[in-house]
Design a protein around this ligand. Sequence first.
Ligand SMILES: [Zn+2]
Ligand SMILES: [Zn+2]
Length: 139
Amino acid sequence: MVASNGDISSFLKSHGLTGTAIRKQVLSHLWGDGVALTQKEIEEKLPPATDRVTLYRTLRLFTEKGVVHKIVLDGETQKFKIAGRFRKSDHAHFYCTKCHKLLCMPQLDVDLTDLPEGFQFSSARLVVEGICDACSGKK
Ligand SMILES: [Zn+2]
Ligand SMILES: [Zn+2]
């Protein structure tokens, strides 16, 4: 899916952000369902002159504003994906091991109120791995 400049600008605006050049560039690479990239992968797609600190700040801002979800796949891999209709990232995600798509799966809800007495929830990172509908031939 290719996003137009207008799509990206209005998406940023709907999250209370102005469309600076770097914000638009970053978002254009994350546009599309199932697209998820690490900071390094995003960096490689941007013009070589892009400042790394600016990219880091942009991704941090995007995460705070709910523009993207930061999804921890394992201790070393954090991927960013566009948040779409889900503002918060406290839901499960599905990772397709075949096509490497990463999808929001809020329907796979873990009951976090079900903790034993004395335990307090602060954050959850549930990533389910498997094969998506397109790869399993069901779609
Ligand atoms: Zn797949
Ligand atoms: Zn999500």
